[in-house]
Ligand binder design. Sequence first.
Ligand code: HEC
Length: 99
Amino acid sequence: MSRVLFLLLLAACPWVYAQSKAPPKSGQCTACHGVDGQSRIPANPILRCQHEAYLVTALQAYRNGNRKHPVMNNIANTLQPKDINTLAAWYANQPGCRK
Ligand code: HEC
């Protein structure tokens, strides 16, 4: 039994490690997009394992207003270009993504 628990803990390590490295600003995305970008709410897109370049482009477009969505426009305005790159890389490279 304890061997099973040990294996479960071991299996969870990549996830725990990734969460521990979550970029600070990802906290404001969690409620809508889930802790690792795997949104459970159909209206909110899944970010987990998305292409990094796509996420960068989408966030830049919300930030400069080329893509319009009131909620995301407001949120993207709080992000610096560096934050956008960090968040995109983090969501795109969650444990278990097939690349
Ligand atoms: C209040 C809910 C909410 C919060 C908070 C939120 N989002 Fe979103 N997000 C949405 C919704 C809804 C959409 C779909 C908008 C649309 O139709 O363009 C979206 C779209 C996106 C997209 C485009 C996805 C695609 O497939 O085109 C990205 C990238 C994104 N959000 C990233 C973020 C990041 C990063 C944060 C935190 C800094 C964040 N969001 C916070 C609700 C939210």
